[in-house]
Design a protein around this ligand. Sequence first.
Ligand code: CUA
Length: 364
Amino acid sequence: MKPEIVIDAHGLLCASLRYRGVEILRRVGVLFALILGAAVAAFAGDDTTRTSSIFAPISAPADAVRTIAMLVLAITAAIAVIVGGLLTYSIVRYRLRPGDDGSEPPQVYGSDQIELAWTVVPVLIVFVLCLVTARTVYDVQGAVKPPGAMDVTVVGHQWWWEIRYPALGIVTANELHVPVSDPAAPTPTFITLESADVAHSFWVPRLAGKTDLIPNRTNRMWIEPREPGLFLGQCAEYCGTQHAHMLLRVYVEPRDAFERWAGAQRLSAVADPAAAAGRRLFETTACINCHSVRGTVATGRFGPDLTHLMSRATLVAGAAPMTREALRAWIDDPDRVKPGALMPAMKLSREDLDKVTAYLLALR
Ligand code: CUA
């Protein structure tokens, strides 16, 4: 005999609505609490420059991102409230009561009005969102570069950022310095994005939306920060095991502070006689194949430029603070600090390790 399995979808739905109504309400409640919590956390972080919230923009492209995000959130919140409200009403109003006879309620089929309404309204909503998005994308991407603009090239590597200022002759890594832009005389920074290996994504939420760095392709974006401060970002495209440790710091500085920083960065590396032994060691090992130290024989380009390493606050693309201990541990065994990192361990003796560390600490 063939076993007979009958699945009554309508019956199942009614049963689940009747008996699991409370559970559904609980889950919807938890979901709303989570969304509310995230929104409160995002807004509460506004007063510190350490937040990376898209809701606290201080730069023109990020303003546009917030405006459009608020519009989308408002529309989707309204939809959530209407749908959730109707669902809650139905669950409460039509719950199973003692004395119900269990008969099926009247069924509605083929109502043109209802079907038109739930087709046309969503199409209109999507159409409005498309138009607004297209206009914002056009405005941001079509921005004309003013005469005061600065050019920076950022190259994504596994797993760090190469930063070059072609007009200023500066090469650095992981920490981008830009001047604050006065709306009366705008000095935005136009960024050319390239990749040395795989796809990465440049994202500093308070300054601009994401732009990908694609191998064999040049992308462009711009930022126009109107407030000084430190703004944190992060590679936003999975690029390998250490993607999460590909952090980005943007220092927005008043014009004079930026000029001072740029002036110091243009200089060749200081030749500290106290670190001469470490320098000799550095220049006679494979370090110089990958790293540059301006004014020395080290001209490698595979790894970060170390000319003014100590002017940076962090090491290993933001994964460690710039301290002697962290630096020494990193040189000793990069794979332990950042598993998968492309920098090899040079198998230095303890003594040599101290010397090389002392040399790097002298690169102010
Ligand atoms: Cu680079 Cu993710």
